[in-house]
Design a protein around this ligand. Structure first.
Ligand code: PLP
Length: 377
């Protein structure tokens, strides 16, 4: 059965903005540098398939996901561009990777072993892989000192089935505008690893390092490809590291479910943490932490109604929030409420929401739950 969609709370996704952001990044890095658009976690909450299509149509070379499942979802929806799977090769996923023509990121002999067997079983031609080097993130990847042994293993056992198309690393501190040194050191270690590959006559055609913050700050690290995520959705990891031309792709909207007239002294919502200091009109908004509108914003958040900022009153609940519309005597049931986005000359952006919630911008869009339908603008 088709799902019903009648609730008056939704996230708008501006596919024109996604395409614009891809082209903005491409212009920034130059035509010779490829762009790998990161669409993991359902396109940072924007919808993986729709985002992937917008990015590929706007010129992205390929896409990156975290999970094999996410890669399969793209393939099932007809996305044909290269899809990098960032989180490695878990035992049991290797046949799905080969069958889905996904491009795994690898860093251990076990990855090579699993994939080599899967390629042989499938009878497919060689599978491209990208080697990940841990130059300082201390998360995924082969340590530089272990790279030689890994390449020995590859050359002895896997070279006929697997082709090293790419080599990559990931910055730990690119989004810290005060710290350029850590990234410079990581890049140096990466360059040393490229020399180790070169000594073995392995010349991956795609060397890539930069996430969004890295590509904004370190042009010397653009190399053959960049891997932006957050920039493509219109933001930076913080205001300090973003390209000014980006356009925020997501808006979050709702409609007033009703309005309560309440006397001064009335305590509002769970815990009665807020008491009205004047006779007030409170709008009831059908959005709460069950939608990913974090409760930690209670007492700080605002919503836009008729182009005005209205404070959220009392604790945000699972499904509902209360907003003070006393200053808007004409506000009615059904009135449009903007939780993130623009109304008239007022705007609540992702950074402001993240500040209220004490989250990073990524958590706000990724955290918007499944029950908030995404609609094209
Ligand atoms: N590359 C890798 C390996 C990642 O894990 C991520 C996201 O976390 C990105 C690129 C994209 O990062 P950002 O959204 O900061 O551009």
């Amino acid at each position: 059965p088709r799902s019903v969609e009648v609730r008056p709370t939704w996230a708008s996704v501006d596919e024109g903005a996604l395409a614009h952001n891809l082209r903005t990044v491409q212009a920034h890095v130059g035509e010779r540098c490829r762009v790998l658009a990161v669409v993991k976690a359902d396109g940072y909450g924007h919808g993986a398939v729709e985002s992937a299509r917008a990015f590929v149509d706007a010129g992205a070379w390929g896409l990156a996901v975290s999970l094999v499942e996410e890669g399969v979802e793209l393939r099932q929806h007809g996305v044909r561009a290269p899809v990098l799977v960032l989180s490695g090769v878990h035992p049991g996923s290797e046949d799905v990777i080969v069958h889905g023509a996904l491009t795994p990121v690898v860093w251990s002999p076990q990855h090579f072993q699993l994939l080599t067997s899967a390629v042989r079983r499938s009878g497919a031609a060689t599978l491209p892989v990208h080697i990940k080097i841990d130059t300082g993130m201390s998360r995924l990847g082969v340590l530089p000192e272990d790279l030689g042994a890994l390449l020995d293993w590859y050359q002895a056992h896997a070279a006929s089935e697997l082709r090293i198309e790419g080599v990559m690393t990931h910055f730990a501190c690119a989004d810290d505008a005060e710290d350029a040194l850590t990234s410079a050191r990581q890049l140096e270690r990466f360059q040393a690893c490229l020399r180790v590959l070169g000594e073995r006559r392995i010349h991956p055609s795609i060397r890539h390092v930069c996430n969004s913050a890295g590509l904004v700050r370190f042009s010397e690290a653009h190399l053959d490809m960049v891997r932006p995520g957050i920039a493509l959705y219109g933001a930076g990891s913080s205001r300090a590291v973003e390209l000014p031309e980006l356009r925020m792709a997501m808006g979050v909207h709702s409609r007033l479910l009703g309005i309560r007239e309440l006397p001064a002294g009335t305590a509002v919502s769970y815990g009665h943490r807020q008491v009205l200091d004047r006779p007030s009109r409170l709008g009831i908004v059908p959005v709460g932490y069950g939608d990913g509108y974090p409760r930690t914003m209670s007492g700080r958040a605002q919503m836009l109604i008729r182009g005005h900022r209205c404070p959220v009153v009392g604790n945000i609940t699972m499904d509902l929030s209360m907003v003070d519309v006393t200053e808007l005597p004409d506000a009615r049931e059904g009135e449009r409420v903007t939780l993130m986005g623009t109304q008239g000359r007022e705007r609540i952006d992702l950074y402001e929401l993240a500040d209220w919630a004490q989250l990073i911008p990524y958590e706000v869009t990724c955290g918007l739950s499944k029950r908030v339908p995404r609609r094209p603008l």
